[in-house]
Write a protein that binds this ligand. Structure first.
Ligand code: CO
Length: 298
């Protein structure tokens, strides 16, 4: 038995970002995770926050819990401070990333470190496999200088936040998922900037789910003239298998995130910041949180 793997993946589904408010009133745009049942395995949620108005972000995200998944915060502009129950304090500035594995539980806050100016970035939630949902919490602050940037042959550049890419025969390895620290979902997280009309073909792990989030400009996805046009502030889910994606920037250029991850193929039961496999595990998480045992060592 054999199945044919397409060389170039087409756009399969479009998820517009909807305006939402989270934390103590931070305004954001949510694409992945914006409605119940929309689970793009292993990605649970993608938020873009981007505003010049302090009233849209100043209240921040006061202490709140997570269990059962990872959160990845990537800043384009502005400064945030992270504090957690373990006493970790981290500063997140332009171009920096925080990669947090909540595991069995974390209680943390994410608060702006500025009174004015632009705040812009993304938060992605990546599911953890059942076997890892109750691991101890762990987090890493990754300064911008640890994130490789490479020029693309057709113009523009790519920042490699997670995973490995090969450009012009040279490999660039992101700080996450490099040698010795492989994650079960084997994520690829790229930030691409393409000038007007530039084309880029990006290789993808053949069976990973993959999607594109366009945050500036316009882009066509696919190999032919019939390539699907992705509207701005929209997540484009790609076909479930294929060796590559082809991107062609429109007349204003394009800035976009390209995400890929290994599917977990496990049941997902979510209740706000708790993402587990069964209802009973969710009820346990709520009991643990209410009794102060969410983050307790086993
Ligand atoms: Co959080």
């Amino acid at each position: 038995m054999s199945t044919t793997i397409p060389a170039v993946r087409r756009l399969a589904q479009v998820i517009p970002a909807v305006e939402a408010s989270d934390g103590a009133g931070v305004r954001l745009r949510r694409s992945l995770g914006s409605r119940p049942g929309l689970y793009f395995d292993p990605f649970l949620l993608l938020d873009e926050f981007g505003t010049d108005r302090p009233e849209d972000y100043i209240a921040g995200f006061p202490p709140h819990p997570h269990r059962g998944f990872e959160t990845v915060t990537y800043m384009l502009d502005g400064r945030m401070q992270h504090r957690d129950h373990l006493g970790n304090v981290g500063e997140l500035g332009p171009g920096g990333v925080q990669w947090m594995s909540a595991g069995r539980g974390v209680i943390h806050s994410e608060m702006p470190r500025q009174q004015q100016g632009r705040m812009r970035g993304f938060q992605l939630w990546i599911n953890l496999p059942a076997a890892e949902k109750m691991k101890p919490a762990h987090y890493r602050d990754i300064p911008p200088e640890q994130i490789p940037t490479r020029a693309l042959p057709g113009g523009g550049d790519v920042k490699v936040i997670a995973g490995t890419v090969a450009i012009g025969g040279e490999r660039a390895e992101g700080p996450i998922n490099g040698a010795g620290a492989r994650l079960s979902t084997d994520p690829l997280y790229l930030d691409l900037r393409l000038p007007a009309g530039a084309r880029h073909r990006q290789a993808l792990p053949v069976h990973h789910n993959a999607c594109v989030y366009l945050y500036e400009g316009s882009v066509a996805i696919g190999s032919e003239a019939a390539a699907g046009l992705l509207p701005p502030r929209t997540a484009g889910l790609l076909e479930p298998a294929g060796e590559a994606v082809e991107l062609t920037a429109g007349t204003d250029g394009a800035r976009l995130l390209l995400l890929a991850g290994r599917m977990l193929r496990e049941p997902v039961v979510q209740y706000g910041p708790f993402v587990m496999n069964t209802r009973e595990q969710i009820e346990q998480a709520i009991r643990d949180y209410q009794s102060g045992r969410l983050t307790a060592a086993v």
